[in-house]
Design a protein around this ligand. Structure first.
Ligand SMILES: *[C@@H]1O[C@H](CO)[C@@H](O)[C@H](O)[C@H]1NC(C)=O
Ligand SMILES: *[C@@H]1O[C@H](CO)[C@@H](O)[C@H](O)[C@H]1NC(C)=O
Ligand SMILES: *[C@@H]1O[C@H](CO)[C@@H](O)[C@H](O)[C@H]1NC(C)=O
Ligand SMILES: *[C@@H]1O[C@H](CO)[C@@H](O)[C@H](O)[C@H]1NC(C)=O
Ligand SMILES: *[C@@H]1O[C@H](CO)[C@@H](O)[C@H](O)[C@H]1NC(C)=O
Length: 475
């Protein structure tokens, strides 16, 4: 396992950027002399062969298995979720994660307006690497508090087994930086920014960037997906997952065959060049505006679809109803918000079949775990009327839809748990460490402060920070 499927092991060897954890074997240090490349290749081959032995687990990026809590948390049981880490790191492996790109994106996204937090781990300790401003973050201060606590939880859980690594953690709904598809470390310079529709200013350094976020589309292949802050904020395991039996009390046969949902008003943001998030209305009508940057898919669905069949579709922005009452319906609809909607995690445990809008945006577990007509029912790949076809199909396949509902519950209970998410973080950090094209060192971040100190001293020092500090949190 340390060889196959291990984020940051074989694939990074293939990319020629394999970096051993300390101490580095002398043959892998960059030498720049022609003769060294053969030696380097031999060393890589030796490392690859050595990795077939169990001892490899204690050296190199596969070192993640050495942590006592890796087995205590049953991290190997969440293996089906880790291929997303490999997918997100593919560009990093191909082009390398450079220090100048890390520092550039820290300056660009790591500001309060951009909702970013520049953080890292050095010697098993979590650090805030550049200063932040909790009052300036406004409502995002609470979201940052969730991640600060989670990173400290990762520190407490894995400590010395964590690799040294620096990254920017964002809480914006969709990525907000120039796509590596337009400009990247192998694009010819100088860049024509107006042709690329990128709004960066002077000193631009192209990606890939070590940026983490809750959702993305294929337009940002380098963005590293992480579990949503809402899991922590909503105490997901103690609320949604703990209530599975209660949600299951209404028998399937008694649930109404109606597609149900209550929503807050959000409009989808997208990049006009991103074909993967393009959306059309009924009959292929254009619904996006603002140069294709805004698509009101939620509003459109709620305004247009109930009139197609009011006996089968009950969706609205009015009158929120408690989660428990959602279990009166066989079909629950998930409509995307500005990007992905974390409502999905709350719907999966309800023992109802979840109808999910296919938006092109995805969260860390969508691509690996969600399967159409297996544990969710997907619609609006192109047009919203697909929902009528799926409702017809559901009516004709009731026992199968009941199984889809149960598969959704099983997915949430098996994989979307606190340990599953903590293990994902840990594997991601090891994977990212394996792509670094530089030797990470705390001295590269002269303003670094231990994250524990940020949480316990800096955050409570302002009224806004204190409010964020006092929010309930669970791993
Ligand atoms: C395992 O993780 C828990 C917190 O999640 C921590 O308290 C404990 O010290 C860790 N054990 C080891 C051996 O690191
Ligand atoms: C890098 O940029 C070029 C355009 O300059 C593009 O063709 C290529 O697909 C990009 N590579 C990645 C991995 O996004
Ligand atoms: C840069 O791109 C814009 C828009 O495509 C184009 O009008 C302009 O001529 C380009 N400039 C150069 C120097 O290539
Ligand atoms: C960033 O650093 C890499 C080496 O790590 C170098 O090749 C590249 O030219 C640098 N890019 C810029 C824009 O400074
Ligand atoms: C969640 O539930 C566990 C087990 O019942 C309990 O120990 C823990 O304190 C709860 N956490 C929160 C934040 O309520």
């Amino acid at each position: 396992m340390a060889v196959s499927g291990a984020a940051g092991s074989t694939a990074s060897v293939r990319g020629g950027r394999w970096q051993p954890q300390q101490p580095p074997p002398p043959s892998s240090s960059p030498s720049g002399h022609g003769g060294a490349s053969l030696l380097g290749a031999a060393a890589l081959l030796a490392a690859l062969l050595a990795c077939l032995l169990p001892a490899c687990a204690h050296a190199g990026p596969g070192a993640y298995v050495a942590a006592a809590n890796y087995s205590a948390l049953h991290c190997e049981g969440f293996e089906p979720t880790y291929p997303q880490i490999d997918a997100d790191l593919a560009v990093h492996r191909a082009l390398g994660t450079h220090l100048n790109a890390t520092q550039y994106i820290a300056g660009y996204l790591g500001s309060v307006q951009m909702r970013g937090l520049t953080v890292g781990f050095f010697g098993g300790v979590a650090y805030l690497l550049t200063p932040t401003d909790f009052p300036g973050l406004s409502h995002h201060a609470k979201l940052h508090a969730m991640y600060i606590r989670q990173l400290l939880h990762v520190q407490d859980t894995f400590g010395p087994d964590l690799p040294d690594v620096a990254f920017v953690l964002t809480t914006s709904d969709t990525p907000r930086y120039c796509s590596t598809r337009l400009l990247n470390a192998s694009s010819p310079q100088p860049y024509n920014f107006s042709a690329a529709d990128c709004h960066h200013t002077g000193g631009f350094v192209p990606g890939p960037y070590p940026v983490m976020g809750i959702g993305k589309s294929d337009w940002w292949p380098d963005l590293l997906l992480v579990p949503n802050f809402h899991f922590h904020m909503k105490l997901y395991d103690n609320t949604s997952l703990a209530l599975v039996e209660q949600f299951a009390q209404v028998p399937w046969a008694q649930r109404k065959p109606i597609l149900f949902g209550r929503f807050s008003k959000y409009r989808m943001n997208r990049c006009p060049d991103d074909v993967s998030t393009a959306k059309w209305g009924l009959g292929g009508k254009r619904i996006c505006y603002n140069g294709g940057k805004t698509c009101p898919t939620r509003e459109y669905f709620i305004r247009k679809m109930p009139e197609k069949d009011p006996t089968r579709i009950d969706v609205s922005f009015r009158a929120k109803v408690p989660m428990l009452r959602h279990s009166e319906y066989k079909y629950l609809v998930n409509l995307e918000g500005q990007g992905i909607s974390s409502r999905l995690e709350q719907l999966l445990p309800m023992s109802s079949a979840v109808f999910k809008e296919a938006s092109g945006y995805y969260a860390y577990y969508y691509r690996t775990l969600l399967k159409h007509r297996v544990n969710i029912i997907e619609f609006w790949r192109k047009v919203p009327e697909e929902v009528m076809e799926e409702l017809d199909w559901a009516a004709a396949h009731d026992p199968q839809v009941a199984r889809i509902a149960q598969a959704g519950v099983a997915l949430a209970r098996t994989y979307l748990t606190g340990p599953g998410r903590t293990c994902y973080w840990y594997r991601l950090l090891h994977g990212l460490a394996g792509t670094l094209a530089y030797e990470p060192d705390l001295s590269q971040w002269p303003a670094a402060v231990p994250l524990r100190q940020v949480l316990e001293e800096q955050m409570p020092a302002s009224p806004q920070g204190r409010e964020a500090y006092e929010q309930p949190w669970a791993p």
